[in-house]
Design a protein around this ligand. Structure first.
Ligand code: 4GX
Length: 213
């Protein structure tokens, strides 16, 4: 799967995409991340990407021409890709959505907005408007990283063998978790629940289900 991200701040992604599981997934050719700098599609010698809002008001709005040109370039590289727009007005991002994106082989093109927003006409080339939560951030970059992370770990082969992704499919939402413990057995007066030390797999499974959040 290819995940293309349209942003004015590609350097924000370096740490996240080049660490841990996301880095390993790229190395194993299970996913490819392409950062598209919106500035490259800016207008004129100053590479302008934003402008004042029609009707007046504070702040700047992302102009349509650079946004459309960047989406065109991304679509040219991956014609079947789904175009996602990060916005606090979008549908709430869920594990279910992450699973859908990971399961359909189609790539993703994620548009990160900045400033007060973008010219509304961009929505004519967007397949889905997505919000990661009811709060306002300074841009769509952090939401895009969250989507890249949540989707990548569900791509077949990214997590090793019979691990989390497969087990998750057994729980209905795939977001339920039971408490975990590791050594030592006693720590600062706090003990590990007896049942986990018992070796009774049936009872352990029962305890985990009863203690799922
Ligand atoms: N979940 N942001 C988008 C620019 C903007 C401003 C106004 C549309 C209207 C966010 C979120 C989020 C910050 C991304 C503002 N776009 N994105 N950006 N919460 O807060 O996804």
């Amino acid at each position: 799967m290819t995940i293309q991200i349209i942003t004015l701040f590609p350097e924000m992604f370096d740490g996240v995409l080049n660490s841990s599981m996301l880095w390993k997934a790229q190395k194993e050719n299970l996913v490819e991340y392409k950062l598209i700098n919106l500035r490259d599609f800016g207008i004129g010698p100053r590479k302008q990407v934003d402008d004042i809002p029609y009707g007046g008001g504070d702040g700047m709005v992302l102009k349509p021409e650079p946004l459309f040109a960047a989406v065109d370039a991304a679509k040219e590289a991956d014609p079947d890709a789904k175009v996602l727009l990060m916005t606090p007005r979008g549908d709430l991002f869920t594990q279910e959505m992450a699973r859908e994106f990971a399961a359909t082989e189609a790539g993703l093109i994620i548009i990160c907005g900045r400033y007060e927003g973008y010219d509304e006409r961009i929505t004519s080339v967007v397949d889905k408007q997505i919000s990661i939560g009811e709060y306002v951030l300074t841009g769509g970059e952090l939401p895009a990283m969250i989507i890249a992370d949540a989707v990548t770990r569900l791509i077949p082969g990214v997590l090793g063998g019979e691990t989390s992704a497969e087990k998750e499919s057994h729980s209905q939402a795939g977001v339920l978790e039971h408490p975990h413990y590791t050594r030592p057995e006693k720590f600062r007066g706090l003990s590990v629940p007896e049942v986990l030390l018992s070796g009774h797999h049936g009872q352990i499974e029962q305890w985990r289900q009863a203690n799922q959040k």
